[in-house]
Design a protein around this ligand. Structure first.
Ligand code: FPP
Length: 233
């Protein structure tokens, strides 16, 4: 196998990275943002087509209010500071997830960043915020049910292509490589539909420590896999 076209990452371990240094959790999220910048640059340089990052899950709303507020603030300031550079390097930025739950301030920054980078043809960067794999599937099912109720789609005619096309990652190839840092070996309600045949890679490193060399290790792991998609070799 060569390079993956699409990489999906659960960036776990920011809090433990901070605790190990006697710092507050937010310091870990800030260091995590630095790691995001390095990762995006490295993926762009290596010619990866698409990168999808899990920044905030549907379940993360249950964290203490102060941590949620600081994370949301970090997303706003990240957009303010990074969009020029992302745009200049040809990145097309999109957010996936339940946008209705986000603040008006964050929503307007997201809309502006998406609009500004929409025509870019470099790395397709998806940031999942307020995202859950089950939420994504439920939204897609609702959309298809609406099409059926309106008489534009026959229930019996629904195919995997219809379902895939109704999800947040519609139009992108499924992730070839999934990476989770921080030592846990779970999918944690990330891209449930899209990860069906994805190669899974787990790293014990905390996300802020996941550098270009770590990413290259994951790419080397992928390079050695033989993907059969249920067929024989
Ligand atoms: C998981 O670590 C990380 C998060 C919930 C936040 C991820 C956010 C960033 C990396 C920064 C911003 C990113 C973008 C794309 C703007 P954790 O808090 O669960 O760590 P722990 O398991 O050690 O407690």
């Amino acid at each position: 196998m060569g390079l993956p076209r699409h990489i999906a990452i659960i960036m776990d371990g920011n809090g433990r990275w901070a605790a190990a240094r006697g710092l507050a959790r937010h310091a870990g999220h800030k260091a995590g943002l630095e790691a995001v910048r390095r990762c995006v640059e490295h993926c762009s340089q290596r010619g990866i087509e698409a990168l999808t990052l899990f920044a905030f899950s549907s379940e993360n709303w249950q964290r203490p209010g102060a941590e949620v507020a600081r994370l949301m603030g970090l997303f706003v300031s990240a957009l303010d500071r990074e969009v020029d550079r992302l745009d200049a390097s040809g990145v097309r930025l999109r957010f996936i997830g339940a946008r209705a739950r986000l603040s008006a301030r964050l929503k307007s920054r997201i809309a502006a960043a998406e609009q500004r980078t929409a025509a870019n043809r470099g790395l397709a960067l998806q940031v999942a915020v307020s995202y859950g794999g089950r939420w994504d599937i439920v939204e897609g099912v609702r959309r298809l049910a609406g099409e059926c109720a309106a008489g534009r789609l026959e229930p019996r005619a629904i195919t995997e292509q219809h379902v895939a096309g109704a999800l947040e990652l519609a139009g992108l190839p499924d992730p070839d490589l999934f990476i989770r840092t921080g030592g846990e070996r779970r999918i944690s309600n990330f891209l449930l539909w899209n990860l069906a045949y994805t190669e899974l890679y787990f790293s014990d490193r905390y996300w802020p420590d996941f550098d270009a060399a770590s990413l290259d290790e994951a790419l080397a792991f992928y390079g050695e896999r033989e993907r059969r998609f249920g067929r024989v070799a």
